[in-house]
Design a protein around this ligand. Structure first.
Ligand SMILES: [Cu+2]
Length: 96
């Protein structure tokens, strides 16, 4: 019992610690075609800390693989917004 608990704790710690890079889904408004997707991802990929970007105008969403320490979700949303679209992390907690 104690040994299993220790193993579970060690596993949880290993999972929680290293992964700096994560995927964040953004709700993006204003995309109407494939060029919009390309334009958004071209700009987002230029950010330091962004590893990958895919956007889907039909779904109105973009998925970005990034290091939040170097490229926070807010900075990515800001980059998309400056291109004339609306953007917000899909998993953003509701405002209090
Ligand atoms: Cu377009």
């Amino acid at each position: 019992m104690g040994r299993i608990a220790a193993l579970v704790l060690a596993f949880a710690a290993a999972c929680a610690a290293p992964p700096e890079v994560r995927n964040t889904r953004f709700v993006v408004g204003g995309m109407v075609c494939h060029s919009c997707e390309e334009g958004i991802c071209a700009a987002v990929r230029k950010l330091d800390g962004v590893e990958a970007c895919t956007a889907d105008h039909a779904a109105g969403a973009a998925e970005v693989r990034h290091d939040p320490a170097r490229a926070p979700a807010a900075a990515i949303a800001d980059t998309i917004t400056k291109l004339g679209y609306t953007a917000a992390p899909a998993a953003a907690p509701a405002a209090p």
